[in-house]
Structures are given as structure tokens and as C-alpha cells.
Design a protein around this ligand. Structure first.
Ligand code: NAD
Ligand code: GLY
Length: 359
């Protein structure tokens, strides 16, 4: 069965298809979107070996003219030089404004390829084919594209919505265990901000039938994006729960030390600690969140060697930090969240220090 979730954005609306074996009919799915035939399949060195050849062959037999462009796997590829290099390869392959991009991979490839699509010839269409849990439940949906700089995560980027998202859950079978588990930080985030039942259901995850779980996460994200596409009203900012401190930890640790979801796990713990202090989150709810993160073998302590000062300094470069005040997401109870500017840097420092103090 294929689940379809619509991201309702007027003229930029698109469908997210979630199901088993969807890659086998990608050619037909793309034809229905009236896309031009020349395209770049942008992927990474791990995913290329598993899926790029098959996809290229299948698209070619459906009348498309695909070239495969492979970047090294890992967060370090989400950079401006890498984006420039991909664009140069597309130019060399003769792709012009009558072409489109396919992002085949996890969130790194999705954000990078989406960014390339946003700037290439001032913007070409793109299709997301997410192959990691993070990408299927979160990053492939919503049109946030971008790259990192030394100063911070995702500081360069653009909103550019995909034309279609195809999440084939079969691809998750080849995800290594650590990469599978990291995705659950984003699932736990969605559950904390919006859905208590989803949170409770995570006690036992049926790995043989992941499509309904992915689809529920996409529904949550699609509804929030439809309500606040450009993060203007504050609703979309709720998706940043755990990310303010999580991104700062990712930057301070050096890209690649943590997988994204691992840094977000630490950010979620710090956000819950602040929520207990400021928003009335009950201790037993906080403990349930920690249990759930531990269930997916996500880190709950900050390893030695990452300085608190480096984390705070990365935090100040965050897009959510405005004129000395930080927009922070707190939860008063699992299933709901709100945005506030009433969290001080000292309170954040204390929450980050607690991650270390438990060592
Ligand atoms: P990733 O893309 O680096 O993928 C993790 C690892 O899994 C990589 O080594 C990759 O090669 C491998 N992999 C992916 N799919 C595979 C498969 N099917 N089989 C085998 N290996 C596979 O990282 P990620 O965790 O998917 O994404 C993290 C990135 O997503 C971060 O840069 C984060 O900032 C971004 N993100 C963006 C948004 C957004 O809204 N745009 C939301 C959440 C996260
Ligand atoms: N991942 C946060 C957002 O899409 O807004």
C-alpha cells in the first residue's frame, strides 16, 4: 500500500509518496510530473553503490537523460565548495535550465541537492528520493535547502520546495544500525511537539512495516509547513525543538563527529531540562523522553573534549538567535510545544552543563 501525504502550498503543492518498492516505478511517477528529460541524480558515495546505477538505468529506459553526480558521504559534503563543484559537473554534462535534479540519499544529499536546484540557472525543479529515516520523516519535506559553514549549520540556503517526494521504505533496509537509530531523534521530536500517541507507540517499532510510522511523521511535518512555510508565524519554528542546542553541539564538535540525530538527541535532553524549569514539564515525562532516546541508542551525555564555550559560541551564530535573544522551543508535556523568547543564555548554559555533569 502506498501512503500519500499532500503538502498544501497553493501553486507549490506536492505529494509525498511513502511505500514499499516505489523506486521500481519512479520513471512513470516522474513522467506524470511533466519534468524535462535531462536530469542530475545527486547522491553520495554510499547510496550511489546501492541505488544510483539501477535508478539511472530505469530512468533512461523511461526516456529521461540522467547523469549521476556523487559526493563523499557525510555532513562535510554539505558545503558551499561542494555545491559549486556539483554545479560545475552539471554544467560540464550540458544540463541547462530545461533540466531537473533528483536528490537520492539522506538529509545531507537532500539539503545539498535541493540547494543546488535552488541556485542552478537561478532555480530548476527537483525531486526528493530520501533513503534515510531522517530524510524520510523530516528533511525531504518542507523545502528547506542549504549548506553549512564553519560558523554554523545551515547558515546558507534557500526555501525551494520539491516537485515530488518518493520515500521507498525498502531503501531503509540497507541503512546501518547507527544511521537507522539516529533518525528516531527526529521522530521523537515530532512526537514531543505534536503527538502523544505517536510517542507512546515508539515503545515497539515494527521494522518490517515502517511506512505507517513514516507517513504519520510526514503528516505532522506537512501540516506545520503548510501553516507556516517560511517560518514567519512561529509555528514552523516548533520543528526546531532540540535543534538550537543540537546544532550548536554539531558545529562545536566538528561536522561528522556526531550524526545529525545524535546531536539532536543531546539537544532534546537539554530542551526537556529547560522545559522542566520553565514550562512545567513533569519529571516523569522528562524521564520517558530520555528512556525513548536510550531505546534507540542515542547519546544522552556530552562526551569529553567538546567545550561548553564552543557550544555557546556556535549557538550565538544560530539563525534563531536574534539581537541577543534566542527563540527557543519548550514543551509543557509530551504532545505539545510552544515558542518563547524568555529563555536566557545563562539558563541555556546550565542545561548544556547538565549534559556534561551527569558523566
Ligand atoms: P546523511 O545524509 O549523512 O545519511 C547518513 C548516512 O547514511 C550517510 O553515510 C549515508 O551515506 C547513509 N545512507 C543514507 N541512506 C542509506 C541507505 N538507504 N542505505 C545505506 N546507507 C545510507 O544524514 P541524515 O541523517 O540522513 O541527514 C542529516 C542531515 O539532514 C543534516 O545535515 C541535517 O541538518 C539535515 N536535516 C535537514 C532538515 C530539513 O528540513 N532540510 C531536517 C532534518 C535534518
Ligand atoms: N527541519 C526543520 C524545518 O523543516 O523547519
Amino acid at each position: 500500500m502506498t501512503h500519500t501525504v499532500e503538502v498544501r502550498l497553493g501553486a507549490r503543492s506536492y505529494r509525498v509518496l511513502i511505500g514499499s518498492g516505489l523506486l521500481g516505478s519512479l520513471g512513470d511517477l516522474l513522467k506524470n510530473e511533466s519534468l524535462p528529460s535531462p536530469c542530475a541524480i545527486i547522491t553520495d558515495s554510499n547510496v550511489a553503490l546501492l541505488y544510483a546505477g539501477k535508478l539511472q538505468h530505469q530512468l533512461a529506459s523511461s526516456g529521461f537523460k540522467p547523469v549521476v553526480i556523487t559526493v563523499p558521504a557525510g555532513e562535510k559534503s554539505k558545503s558551499l565548495p561542494q555545491a559549486g563543484d556539483v554545479c560545475d559537473q552539471m554544467i560540464a554534462a550540458g544540463l541547462d535550465r530545461r533540466s531537473f535534479v533528483i536528490a537520492l540519499g539522506g538529509g545531507v544529499v537532500g539539503d545539498l541537492a535541493g540547494f543546488v536546484a535552488a541556485i542552478y540557472y537561478r532555480g530548476v525543479p527537483y525531486v526528493q528520493i530520501p533513503t534515510s529515516i531522517v530524510a524520510q520523516v523530516d528533511s525531504a519535506v518542507g523545502g528547506k535547502t542549504g549548506v553549512n559553514t564553519r560558523g554554523g549549520k545551515n547558515l546558507l540556503g534557500s526555501f525551494h520546495q520539491p516537485r515530488l517526494v518518493v520515500a521507498d521504505v525498502e531503501t531503509l533496509r540497507t541503512l546501518p544500525e547507527r544511521e537507522f537509530n539516529e533518525g528516531f531523534a527526529e521522530v521523537i521530536k515530532h512526537a514531543i511537539i505534536r503527538d502523544r500517541n505517536l510517542f507512546d507507540s515508539l515503545v515497539s517499532v515494527d521494522r518490517e512495516n515502517l511506512a505507517p510510522l513514516i507517513a504519520r511523521n510526514v503528516e505532522i511535518k506537512a501540516a506545520i509547513v503548510a501553516a507556516d512555510e517560511y517560518e514567519a508565524s512561529g509555528e514552523r519554528a516548533l520543528l526546531n525543538f532540540g535543534h538550537t542546542i543540537g546544532h550548536a553541539i554539531e558545529t562545536a564538535a566538528g561536522y561528522g563527529r556526531f550524526l545529525h540525530g545524535e546531536a539532536i538527541s543531546l539537544g532534546i535532553i537539554a530542551a526537556c531540562s529547560l522545559s522542566m524549569r520553565i514550562a512545567g514539564l513533569a519529571k516523569n515525562e522528562n524521564d520517558l523522553v530520555i528512556q525513548r532516546l536510550e531505546q534507540f541508542k542515542l547519546p544522552t551525555l556530552l562526551p569529553a573534549g567538546i567545550s561548553i564555550e564552543a557550544i555557546l559560541s556556535a549557538l550565538k551564530a544560530d539563525k534563531k538567535f536574534l539581537e541577543g535573544r534566542i527563540r527557543f522551543v519548550l514543551t509543557p508535556g509530551i504532545g505539545s510545544a510552544f515558542l518563547t523568547e524568555d529563555v536566557t543564555l545563562n539558563e541555556i548554559r546550565a542545561a548544556v552543563e547538565e549534559l556534561r555533569a551527569c558523566e
